[in-house]
Design a protein around this ligand. Sequence first.
Ligand code: MN
Length: 737
Amino acid sequence: MDITIDPSVEAGYKELENTIKENTSIADTGRIRSAFEFAYAAHDGQKRKDGTPFITHPIAAAEIIAEMGLDEDSVIAALLHDTIEDTSVTHEAIEKRFGKDVAEIVEGVTKLTRVVYTSKEEEQMDNIRKMLMAMAKDIRVILIKIADRLHNMRTMEYQTEAKQREKALETMEIYAPIAYRLGMQKIKWEFEDLALIYLDPVGYREIRDGIANMGTANAEFIEFTTKRISERLREVGVNASVYGRVKHLYSIYRKMYGQNKLFSEVLDLYAFRVIVDDIADCYNVLGYIHEMYKPIPGHFKDYIGTPKSNMYQSLHTTVIGKNGIPFEVQIRTWEMHHTAEYGIAAHWKYKEGIQSKTTGEEKFAWVRRLLESQQDLDAQDFIQSLKFDMFADEVFVFTPRGDVINLPARSTPIDFAYNIHSAVGNSMTGAIVNGKMVSFNYILQNGDIVEVLTSKSSKGPSRDWLSIVASSEARNKIRQWLKRERREENIIYGKSGFDAEMKRAGIPMAKLSREDILPRILRKVGFPSLDDIYATIGYGGITAQKVVNKIADEVLRIEKERGKKDELQPPVAAKPTAPKKPIHGIVVEGLDNCLVKFSRCCTPVPGDSIIGFITRGYGVSVHRTDCANYQKSINDQQESGRWVGVSWADTDNEKYQTAIRINAENRDGLLMDVTTVLSALKVKICSISARDTGDGKASIYMTIAVGDRNELSTAMTKLSYISGVTDVVRSGGVENK
Ligand code: MN
């Protein structure tokens, strides 16, 4: 490429090359030079807010990536990270020149860059963090995004105040927690301190000036203490490096505001670090430190024996130093130190030889192991979002306003529309995803921006949609609409069933329509008109047989009153009518005191959307509306009329049995862990069986008794956290075949 490079930019690039030499195993920087020139040409003429050429930003981001010790493709992708977004460069052009991996990483970073956060609610923040992780199929995408954000935060002073606040908040709420999760302590601290400058400038200055006002006292204390510890360790023959520093600003800030203290009241401002060669020395050093200084009780923490969730390891102790000034000492090996500083990136930095041979999958396995070691519940959620195979069950997409909507996997724009509002779904005429028209059965992808087109003149949902949608929410809403809006169709369909049943019962239609009879009949069956009866039969709200039986009873009574007993034979004996009473917590529409039982195929529990099937002689069997059998049956002409509306009544603390399946890696103690989790939740196990499904996997089939859907989903979530468990599903639904 024939380009002249600005000398100051060239100097910046040379620095990058030096950083690469110091921190990575990249021997030949030829491809990196070529990426630099490529990016230079692409960004030619663009300037940053401070007036410097734009290219200084990708160079700086690449330098941060090189400091982390990442591989060549990562450095190249960092140099190119803004080209797709801000220049005419395309994915294809990058792929042609630098390969598929680089192009995909740049594309990934571009997608994350396009994420717009308008909502600041905590729930949304959590979704956004998860989504970012989900979108970044390659962990290097997240690391480059972190480097990009770090450099932007370092150079935020030239931005407008509004932009500063917005970016600072995102950094504090999203990027600092991600850096922490990935074990990148150094970057997490820098994110927090930089964000604090804009989030609470006054609080920030108070601490900064407070430290400055202490003058040389800090430096003297640090130097004195460092020297004393180093000398003592040398005397006893421990090979150690000792460093001291003032703690980072945000940690002091949190202490002040968390414990309501003035700056002058925060005493433990200092942290010292002793780095040694092996674990034995860590504990030795701890002994020497406690000999030299009085430890403060309750402040000793052994993160070597019990590492933190992000793999952090060290011994921590707080002791009283010269003049009664307390300080913290962290003792660790060099290996622990690198992990603490670079977290996940230490993998590249210190195992570099291996990395070029490992596939993406193996790299990922390492990330997974790291995150699986995180024990707390919060972290478990996070792992959930990182287990890509588990991602099968969720997809995160955006509204045009930037809110994140969480849908079941394989959701379509129809599911999205009904998630927004049933009125949006019902008047939907089309959908635009990422600016392009898509078909109704388009499968939504993580990060898609979805816009629904609606029209007042829309014909409404079609019956076909029922087989396209993935969420039961959408399915139910479509069904409701069909019931309500397809009245004409329902009346025609319902009337033919009604007529046939009347014929069977031997009641001539002419008799029914007599003026003195019809109003009484309608009052008796609780419908305003014959058409309403037909419509209800038509959508399956009640069966023709049921209505006709009631009508027959009433007709018989009327005839009796008139002394014409012999004209009609009752098809069934008249039953006393009782007030509607729930049986097993179920109210059946239009039916009282009937036998109610729960289907074995989908085992519904309170809270599930349900529907009843009038069996031949065995009462009403209750199914979930997402039950695979129901879905099949509803399209069957013979059977569809037998479905009847049912609903949950108050259930009086009854427990309901429901079947679930746990898929897991087979291992010793798996069943015990399952039972322990359930007994901790006080969930009764009614039956349990396990089966080895080969290749080291196992399925556990069990029936448990729960009060309702919430209780069930808590149990399922807790079960999914058990080590080795890949998924937990309910039996019988169409979504979990
Ligand atoms: Mn950037």
